[in-house]
Design a protein around this ligand. Structure first.
Ligand SMILES: CC(C)(COP(=O)(O)OP(=O)(O)OC[C@H]1O[C@@H](n2cnc3c(N)ncnc32)[C@H](O)[C@@H]1OP(=O)(O)O)[C@@H](O)C(=O)NCCC(=O)NCCS
Length: 96
């Protein structure tokens, strides 16, 4: 969670997986606060948390709008999925 002047500004969720990776759900940032570095802070916090859980990589599901953000945060494309909401790029960031 990230707060801005005492109000919730964004959040991200880390979900450990059985295969040794961890899924990153979100991050979500309040639209009024986009492009101010909060999303990156949430990713870095999530990566630290996933390391504490001994995950070897952080995995995110990106659409065409969020993929450039994940790329800026160190994620690389690792596969494609077709969903009812359109194509999703699975993106991965090692945690070594
Ligand atoms: C994607 C999201 C989390 C980004 O949060 P943010 O706080 O605006 O991101 P930051 O300001 O930390 O940006 C980090 C970098 O990514 C870039 N970036 C952010 N959003 C971007 C976008 N839509 N397209 C291209 N680059 C983007 C920033 O310019 C910044 O680059 P820089 O380091 O070169 O300056 C936010 O737009 C959001 O909540 N979107 C809706 C939910 C969503 O799509 N979540 C992700 C997947 S479900």
């Amino acid at each position: 969670m990230f707060e801005h002047w005492g109000a919730l500004a964004g959040f991200a969720v880390v979900v450990p997986r059985d295969d040794g990776a961890a899924d990153l759900d979100g991050p979500f940032v309040e639209p009024d606060l986009w492009r101010a570095g909060i999303g990156r802070k949430l990713v870095e916090e999530a990566a630290q948390f996933a390391k504490v859980l001994e995950a070897r990589e952080l995995v995110a599901s990106a659409n065409s709008r969020s993929a450039p953000f994940y790329a800026k945060c160190g994620f690389k494309p690792a596969g494609q999925l077709e969903t009812s909401h359109g194509p999703i790029t699975v993106m991965s960031r090692p945690l070594s």
